[in-house]
Design a protein around this ligand. Structure first.
Ligand SMILES: *Cc1c(COP(=O)(O)O)cnc(C)c1O
Ligand code: SF4
Length: 332
């Protein structure tokens, strides 16, 4: 049995109170469950999980809302599409135990926690119920030892799961430890939290981040312009004011953002919030995500039009992750 500690902060309370029941989410969205396309009421793994702040950005009464689609369990997840497997990125399962993935030159990634604030149906993480992975003291020690020995590293990426689900104390400790390593110049945080649970960006958190002697980069994860609510805009402004560089990565998802209009609007809106589009990822072929696949032909056509319509700095790099490659490969 899992004993949950008493939530202490407002954001922890919000997190605990998020939707995990489809009927309740439907009621909130004023959608009749019968209007949904092939809902899966009780997924055996990877349950429905969505914070109220994110649900509040969905359009009421729209069963095809692009934000709802990202979190709605559907029966298509049970289809065994060819070419899909549990671990398409190849290294996730193997490296969870050490807590660090060093795949590219000069930068290494720490899996800080397995937990997330939201369950995105397209995520490769869906096949790993590793929500219990924690940055234990001994694990942190060996991770830091590795980084210390690899002086060619200049950047540490905090990933997960979602690194901003660590409580303030843990995050502070981690950043302080990294700050003692002179060869590390930048700490990059990959998080969906500023978008899906903006209340997590508290004054205390801002103070922890802005106290870092190493430059902090925050890579947000928004897939659609509708995710960028006034609360998210406010959080972006505060982060920028605290000297944090803001980038965004998205995943190209069928029925969510696979149109020129959706992607242009997203880039424009991100820029208005002080965020530069960084990557547009091609879907990792993880079991249960086949209904989100956009064909390479469509992806390239949409991307070509995007390049025609937007200034270069608003066009994210369209990339695909390939096992053994030295960097994320452009798709073309
Ligand atoms: C994506 C990724 C990085 C970061 O790559 P960038 O091109 O620098 O954004 C680093 N390590 C791992 C294991 C990754 O998957
Ligand atoms: S890792 Fe990111 S994309 Fe995957 S479920 Fe968590 S927040 Fe969503």
């Amino acid at each position: 049995m899992q004993i949950k500690p008493e939530p202490t902060q407002h954001w922890q309370k919000s997190l605990a109170e998020g939707f995990n029941d489809l009927a309740q989410l439907c009621q909130y969205l004023e959608i009749s469950p019968t209007a949904l396309n092939h809902p899966l009421t009780a997924p055996a793994v990877f349950p429905l999980r969505v914070p109220l702040s994110f649900a509040a950005c969905m359009e009421k009464g729209n069963p095809n809302d692009p934000l709802l689609r990202q979190v709605l369990p559907v029966t298509e997840e049970l289809i065994d599409y060819p070419g899909y497997n549990a671990d398409p990125v190849g290294d996730l399962a193997a490296n969870t135990a050490i807590g660090l993935i060093h795949k590219y030159h000069g930068r290494a990634l720490i899996i800080t926690t397995g937990a997330c604030a939201i369950n995105c149906r397209y995520c490769f993480r869906r096949n790993f119920p590793y929500a219990e992975v924690q940055l234990t003291k001994s694990r942190l020690d060996s991770t830091l030892k590795y980084i210390k020995q690899h002086t060619e590293l200049t950047e540490i990426i905090l990933s997960g799961g979602d690194p901003l689900l660590l409580n303030d104390e843990r995050l502070d400790e981690l950043i302080i430890q990294l700050n003692t390593l002179k060869h590390i110049q930048r700490i990059r945080i990959h998080s969906r939290i500023p978008v899906v649970l903006p209340e997590r960006i508290t004054p205390e958190l801002l103070s922890i981040l802005s106290s870092s002697s190493q430059k902090i980069i925050l890579v947000l994860h928004a897939n659609h312009a509708n995710e960028l609510s006034p609360a998210v805009a406010n959080v972006c402004r505060q982060l920028s004011q605290n000297n944090i560089t803001l980038l965004n990565q998205s995943v190209l998802l069928k029925g969510v953002n696979d149109s020129v209009l959706a992607l242009c609007t997203l880039s424009e809106k991100l820029f208005n919030l002080g965020v530069l589009p960084y990557y547009l990822h091609v879907l990792d072929k993880a079991t249960g995500t086949g209904h989100f696949e956009v064909s390479t032909q469509v992806a390239l056509e949409v991307y070509r039009q995007l390049q025609t319509l937007l200034p270069g700095y608003l066009v994210p790099k369209l990339v695909t992750e390939q096992a053994g490659a030295a960097y994320k490969m452009p798709l073309n």
